[in-house]
Design a protein around this ligand. Structure first.
Ligand code: NDP
Length: 279
């Protein structure tokens, strides 16, 4: 069994991007990401700080907008409009979740699709589904990199995705299909879930329930990718997959932490670098 090292693979990607950014700088192209946070949610603040750190490492300029919880939808939309118009800003990221008084869908739609480095805008979601160029949601894009860089081929494989969220499950299914996998998507209404997941050569789990996937759900020799992140009763990080139980059955598996998690930021940086060169 191979433990897929997301920390190492994400570091490789960041180093490749750092070189690319340096080369772009020599051609006079600089890249700038605007990060907007509304309110002071603790987890969001950590994510935003990590994004700024990754930008600094790679050589991307970052503009931070830390707006108060009381910010109105109108004010946020007006800032996005201003950033859309600024030629020196290539990427715009609004940290989710937003306060309940603000319509998230409206905010996502307000971002210029060419600057939507999170890949959440309906135009980018559509491009992914019809095989056109656009930004792809970072977590599923990172999972494709984990598989490819671990020498795991997707073509012709039975791929089962558990979870159908807009940011993980659905784009994951579209990407696996684009890589010529045979894809099944499961969700809370799926009947006989274990029967379906046991068909998987590649099983991607994004349910949001700690240690949900036990050995009954996994075929011997499968590749298991665990997207979930939780803290258990001892404050230790764990995933949606019961790693101790499932790992011995698999041919390869991602751990939590150190699997999918670090890839999300690496792919955000990838999208930012692409934004600097996209017309
Ligand atoms: P959501 O809560 O948006 O979606 C969960 C999905 O799981 C839904 O489609 C739901 O089905 C399905 N589901 C829930 N219960 C079951 C069940 N019993 N059987 C089968 N399917 C079920 O979660 P996200 O996709 O946003 O995130 C999933 C997990 O991944 C979370 O733990 C999150 O923290 C983590 N995450 C990690 C990231 C990273 O960088 N590593 C990035 C993003 C998320 P239905 O649609 O029918 O309700």
């Amino acid at each position: 069994m191979n433990i897929i090292d997301g920390k190492k693979i994400s570091a490789e990607i960041k180093d490749e991007l750092k070189e690319r950014v340096a080369a772009l700088k020599e051609q006079g192209v600089s890249i700038c990401l605007a990060v907007i946070q509304v309110g002071s949610d603790k987890a969001s603040s950590v994510y935003v700080a990590n994004k700024k750190k990754a930008c600094a490492y790679i050589g991307i300029e970052s503009l931070a907008y830390e707006l108060p919880e009381t910010t109105t939808e109108e004010e946020l939309l007006s800032l996005i409009g201003e950033l859309n118009r600024r030629e020196d800003v290539n990427g715009i990221l609004v940290q989710l979740p937003l306060p309940k008084t603000i319509d998230e869908d409206k905010v996502i739609r307000a971002i210029d699709p060419k600057k939507d480095v999170d890949g959440f805008h309906p135009v980018n979601v559509g491009c992914l589904n019809i095989g056109q160029e656009g930004y792809v949601s970072c977590t599923p894009a990172g999972i494709i990199q984990l598989l490819k860089r671990s020498g795991i081929s997707i073509e012709g494989k039975e791929c089962v995705v558990v979870g159908r969220s807009n940011i993980v499950g659905k784009p994951m299914a579209a990407l696996l299909l684009r890589e010529n996998g045979t894809v099944t998507v499961c969700h809370s209404r799926t009947k006989n879930l274990a029967e379906v997941t046991r068909r998987a050569d590649i099983l991607v789990v994004a349910i949001g329930k700690p240690l949900f996937i036990t050995k009954e759900y996994v075929k011997e020799g499968a590749v298991v990718i665990d997207v979930g992140i939780h803290r258990d009763e001892n404050n230790k990080l764990c995933g949606d997959v019961d790693f101790e139980q499932v790992a011995p059955l698999t041919s390869a598996i991602t751990p939590v932490p150190g699997g999918v998690g670090p890839m999300t930021i690496a792919m955000l940086m990838y999208n930012c670098v692409a934004s600097g060169t996209r017309k």
